[in-house]
Design a protein. Structure first.
Length: 133
């Protein structure tokens, strides 16, 4: 999953896009692994995907202020992490984003309505989660 986040972080930084084929491959592999290995319950799997669906709903409500690709990516990470850990990943990414962009606003390096890539913050949050354990 870190590979998925690193690759999409690079794409998000360079092109402001997410790799849909990559999401499809990782998503299908995660579903297959979950079916074969049964490492989480169906409810936990649905809750993990639900975190991504919540972000997709936020993307629809905000008319693109929240990225649609970010929601799809969180659906895929939810397949691997489940509901609780995927929510922790999202919260960690949001906190890192708020800290960095808040500092950027205070220092005059960022503007209020400026678009920015969110996936790198998710990637850093996941690396932090791995190192924290």
């Amino acid at each position: 999953m870190v590979l998925l986040l690193v690759w999409n972080s690079w794409l998000d930084l360079r092109r402001h896009e997410i790799s849909l084929p990559g999401l499809g491959i990782f998503g299908a592999a995660g579903l297959l692994a979950n079916l074969l290995l049964k490492y989480q319950t169906g409810m936990e799997l649905a809750a993990g995907i639900g975190v991504g669906i919540f972000v997709l709903a936020a993307a629809a409500v905000t008319k693109g202020a929240v990225g649609f690709g970010d929601g799809l990516l969180l659906c895929v990470t939810g397949i691997y992490l489940g509901g609780t850990d995927n929510l922790r990943l999202l919260m960690g990414g949001l906190i890192l984003c708020a800290l960095v962009l808040g500092a950027g606003l205070l220092l005059g390096k960022a503007r209020w309505k400026q678009q920015f890539p969110f996936v790198p913050f998710l990637c850093l949050a996941q690396i932090g989660r791995i190192l924290w354990r």
